[in-house]
Design a protein around this ligand. Structure first.
Ligand SMILES: Cc1cc2nc3c(=O)[nH]c(=O)nc-3n(C[C@H](O)[C@H](O)[C@H](O)COP(=O)(O)OP(=O)(O)OC[C@H]3O[C@@H](n4cnc5c(N)ncnc54)[C@H](O)[C@@H]3O)c2cc1C
Length: 331
């Protein structure tokens, strides 16, 4: 009897039945599903745990125009369903549950879900990140209708519009400069009277005729019925409020990688993302990470999917090295 059979359905204590997998994938966005596809095609019968956002962040947009192979663009949910079909076709199993805890200091690794516990020889962590929110009235209601968290994704929808961007760091300025390709004007709203961005970016932004600044101000409300029409701002020094017209607002105040359930168990970077090497391996051997949870820079569907493929290939090689997979079956 192989190791897998031996520890399948073992009682680890009086209460819990543990099911064992060679590889589990934690998170069901583009990174996780692509990892599942590759692991399934290597006959590893991976188990993917979706979490609460089925198909990941991309499901929040109706038009992804920059994912290769879809010249007319693709609805985020549609893409998610296709990824799901493709991974399942090769034997991936998908479970609609959330990871509650992970134990990486024991072998095999242990993963607890709301509906039961599992052990796994290797893990691919792809739980993504969440854009930091302003948490003001109108933000949630108008997301996708004038409120955006991704300039690269949505910039092209704002041709010849007068838009705003909230934030004062490198990302906010990079996004503002990118948005000037489309928008008539881009106004940066920043809570301080100076930027936190690097000097080169700041000089570029300041010398761009399309970019304006509103200093010492925060957004208190995003206003609109069908789409964003106005912003209510407050000057943090004077307390004075004003309502200004706006065709759209990009919120660029950072991303929070979804690492909560991993706390203290593997190394993180200064950005709060999981530290990985060139093989997508984390500081714990046999644990790989892919997509936005390990990527503070690119944050795209295509880059996340690519990282998912790379993580799965590395996991297959790792499993082969410990005698749990056939290295010939990588693709
Ligand atoms: C509104 C919007 C529009 C976008 N438009 C585009 C676009 O046009 N083009 C583009 O390239 N990119 C776009 N992006 C960015 C793109 O969606 C992300 O880069 C991509 O989805 C990241 O993929 P991921 O798999 O790393 O993580 P995510 O998509 O964040 O998926 C993470 C997954 O992990 C799961 N998860 C989280 N916590 C747990 C847990 N505890 N247990 C189990 N599972 C968990 C979630 O349920 C989710 O399924 C957009 C993002 C947003 C928000």
């Amino acid at each position: 009897m192989g190791l897998v059979e031996k520890i399948k359905h073992v009682k680890v204590n009086t209460m819990e039945i543990v099911e064992h997998r060679q590889v589990m994938i934690l998170g069901g966005g583009p990174a996780g599903y692509t990892a599942a596809l590759y692991a399934a095609r290597a006959d590893l019968k991976p188990l993917l745990v979706t979490g609460m956002t089925l198909y990941g962040q991309a499901s929040q947009t109706t038009c992804i125009e920059n994912y290769p192979g879809f010249p007319e663009g693709v609805d985020g949910n549609d893409l998610g369903r296709r990824l799901d079909d493709q991974a399942k076709r090769f034997g991936a199993e998908v479970i609609y549950d959330s990871v509650q805890c992970v134990y990486l200091q024991q072998r095999p690794f242990k993963v607890c879900l709301s509906g039961g516990n599992y052990t796994a020889d290797s893990l691919i962590i792809s739980m993504g990140a969440s854009a930091r929110k302003l948490n003001v009235p109108g933000e949630k209601e108008l997301t996708g209708r004038g409120v955006s968290f991704c300039a690269t994704c949505d910039g092209a929808f704002y041709r010849e519009k007068d838009i705003h961007i909230v934030g004062g760091g490198d990302s906010a300025l990079e996004e503002a400069l990118f948005l000037t390709r489309f928008a008539r004007s881009v106004t940066i709203i920043h809570r301080r009277d100076q930027l936190r961005a690097g000097a080169i970016l700041e000089n570029r932004a300041r010398s761009n005729p399309k970019i304006k600044f509103i200093w010492d101000s925060v957004v208190r409300e995003i206003i609109g019925e069908e789409k964003v029409t106005n912003l209510r701002l407050e000057n943090v020094k004077t307390g004075q409020q004003e309502i200004i017209p706006s065709d759209g607002v990009f919120i660029s105040i950072g991303h929070i990688p979804n690492t909560g359930v991993l706390e203290g168990q593997l190394k993180l970077t200064e950005h709060g993302t999981i530290e990985i090497d060139g093989h997508m391996e984390t500081s714990v051997e046999g644990v790989f990470a892919a997509g936005e949870i390990a990527d503070p820079i690119y944050r795209q569907v295509v880059t996340s999917a690519g990282m998912g493929a790379a993580a799965a290939i590395s996991a297959i090689k790792y499993l082969a090295s410990i005698g749990e997979a056939d290295i010939a079956r990588v693709n």
